[in-house]
Design a binder for this molecule. Sequence first.
Ligand SMILES: [Zn+2]
Length: 269
Amino acid sequence: MFRPANQPPVDCCGELHIVFQQGMLLSDMRSAQLCLMASEQLEQHGWQEMRRQFLGYWDERPCFAVEIGPDSPLDPMRHQKGNLYHILGRVDERLFALAGRAAQLLDWERDHRFCGRCGNRMRADAVERAMRCEPCGTINYPRIAPCVIVLVTRGPELLLARNANFPQALYSTLAGFIEAGESVEETLAREVREEVGVDVTNLRYFQSQSWPFPNQLMLGFFAEYAGGEIACDETEIADARWFHYTDLPMTPPPSSISGQLIRHYVDSL
Ligand SMILES: [Zn+2]
């Protein structure tokens, strides 16, 4: 359904656009696919285009990320503006991933207009997706931040934690960024020990998910409890407990990898 590509076709027709205004995604409430807009829509509303990035092909139609000017008028009966969470679980997973790609590429281009090494203006490379500084030769590629996300289990029990920043009593799996020089396995063991104080063993890879808040790649794992008592890192974790699979608290939706880890494990019991 989506085919990534770096260079747009010479003759574009039937183009689709994922449109942002001031960093917020626009949805068209009259469209079945919410965040995909045809060229006519952009022209019809007289939106001023600030920047665009080619994403690839959606159903073989060229697809672009477009940022429109802050004064471009929206139709309140038709358009909704929100962050990407807005469409999570409301559109196809592949379309959500594409909208995440769109947001990340526009942000990356905006944040690399000037060279971090010499301060000169950078330009988009003509061939590959890169920002290039001619005077000093620096090249910047879009960056993703790999994270591990892990469901720790002990037979029929799941270790779930409530993040100190969660607005409600939502319990989730543990997660953390991979630091420079670390292996995935080292990050996983360190994060679990730091956040809840227990040791784990028998790591098993599950699957991954692009998580564009703002640019993570979540690598999902199962791990078995190996020892230790729960002791929360209070700056990050408000509460962590063992929950029996028949008596789970409110957990993340299945549109997130955390929700998928939990559901997959419970289904396997
Ligand atoms: Zn430079």
